[in-house]
Design a protein around this ligand. Sequence first.
Ligand code: S3P
Ligand code: PEP
Length: 447
Amino acid sequence: MSSHGAPIPMTAHKSGPLQGQADVPGDKSISHRSLILGALAVGETKVTGLLEGQDVLDTAKAMQAFGAEIEKIDDTWHVHGVGVGGFAEPSQVIDCGNSGTGVRLIMGAMATSPIAATFTGDASLNKRPMARVTDPLALFGARSYGRSGGRLPMTIVGASDPLSVRYTTPVPSAQVKSAVLLAGLNAPGETVVIEREATRDHSERMLAGFGATIATEDTAEGHVITLQGQPELRPQTIIVPRDPSSAAFPVCAALITEGSDVLVPNIGLNPTRAGLFYTLQDMGADLTFENMREEGGEPVADLRAKFSPDMQGIEVPAERAASMIDEYPILSVVAAFAAGKTHMPGVKELRVKESDRIDAMATGLRAAGLQVDEGEDWWTVHGLGFGNVPGGVTAKSHLDHRIAMSFLILGFASNASVSVDDGGPIATSFPIFESLMSGLGARIDRT
Ligand SMILES: O=C(O)C1=C[C@@H](OP(=O)(O)O)[C@@H](O)[C@H](O)C1
Ligand SMILES: C=C(OP(=O)(O)O)C(=O)O
């Protein structure tokens, strides 16, 4: 089932060449944060380039439920914030749909205000672990009442007299880090988050942009982030860069589809996000970064990807995992068309995303003719080389946009067409995926 309606089966057929320019939508992580920090600032934040995917629209609705006024005029989203500590208690259940980022960041943002809120989501989100967020929020004094195993639906009762917190994240997660930092905004004194492996740093960059005092330091303990509580956040004008995690799909499609040459302009290349592109280059992909520049405090480049029939399987460095965590499903498809093994260690987190992404991809790839080996925190795809991938499978998308898009791209280059049982979830992060890919010359239809 799609998150909001009947399943939408889709089929991708052998395609090529893919050619032209792919204008992918705005960055999902930055879009969520623009709305949440805009809601916590005093005055009007203006956002252009916002991703209008369902995940982000659900966060906009949630911010309205907490008292922010949000309207879209022409291409600009206007967020009238209520200030740190100014959230109202919502009168309705907050439905975050399919979005782990939405629910976890919003729980953090409300956990140090004297209000209660009940959160729910779709069948995928309601299976995902929330204790990773509610454990640190309890240190501030917030209480949570959820289903067994720390699952949604869940009510959070915010702390009326929040404590200040120093917390080491037990898993590499920007969502956990961000939830703690957002809670720290309305706590007195300093909030300190320590991560052993650096994860995407959009919250830190944007908090600084809104005028919070925040510092990061690399020490023997790890990456240490210190935030001064109870600032007055100043409203900002934000131009959201295009999403590298969405760019990954046309880039990888071009690499494996005969004769392709695709330009994907204006892609955010924050080093905490760009791991996939370096991995593809290590595999021998014809992928170049053109016109490197800085925009709105984030590094940006135009990506050019050309058909690369001679890619080799590699050992993907485990320490790169956080910087490409959402890209492993599509990397596994590219790996199928490379020669030899691609081994991907250090990726346990893939098992608690919108689906168990190792299991979802391994099952579909095996049915499509590949050998895939897996353990709890690693997997290996045995590449067959270009022209040798059978395909001819209907894969389950498990309410997971990245699984659906990855299998469709498999279908552009495999010998027989590939279907997914439900392409509906694609709208959570990449609502224009079908039209964009068709515009490049890909053969994709609803079946
Ligand atoms: O903070 C964010 O915007 C995100 C963090 C990552 O999740 P984790 O924090 O669970 O690793 C990522 O998978 C997700 O798509 C977006
Ligand atoms: C994991 C993802 O999103 P979220 O955790 O926000 O649901 C994703 O977009 O790949």
